[in-house]
Design a protein. Structure first.
Length: 105
């Protein structure tokens, strides 16, 4: 990265995107460390081969314990059975009642 200037530094950034693309240069204006303003237009970095590339349509096996419940009539959660089992739902309220100190008699 090559930066020029003092208050508003202009930086020339060069990207190299393997064999598919040429080097792409863009200019960034840095006003503060936390603020970056982009000068110029947005670059189109896709080519026809990239646009036509598709993921394969193959079956992926997912364990049943990882799937959410099939019937969700009540609009319930989308958590899997495994996630529901791992939830901490025992509040141990009975033990709180049993361990309550007696008030002074």
């Amino acid at each position: 990265m090559l930066c020029l200037g003092s208050k508003q530094r202009k930086c020339l950034v060069t990207y190299n995107f393997s064999d598919r693309f040429e080097n792409v240069e863009t200019i960034l204006t840095l006003t503060m460390d936390s603020e970056v303003q982009r000068d110029g237009r947005v670059l189109d970095l896709t080519d026809d081969a990239w646009r036509e590339d598709r993921l394969p349509y193959e079956d992926v096996t997912i364990p049943l314990s990882e799937l959410p419940e099939a019937e969700q009539d009540n609009g319930g959660s989308t958590e899997s059975v495994k996630e529901q089992e791992m939830k901490w739902s025992d509040l141990a309220l009975q033990s709180l009642h049993e361990n309550t100190p007696n008030s002074g008699n």
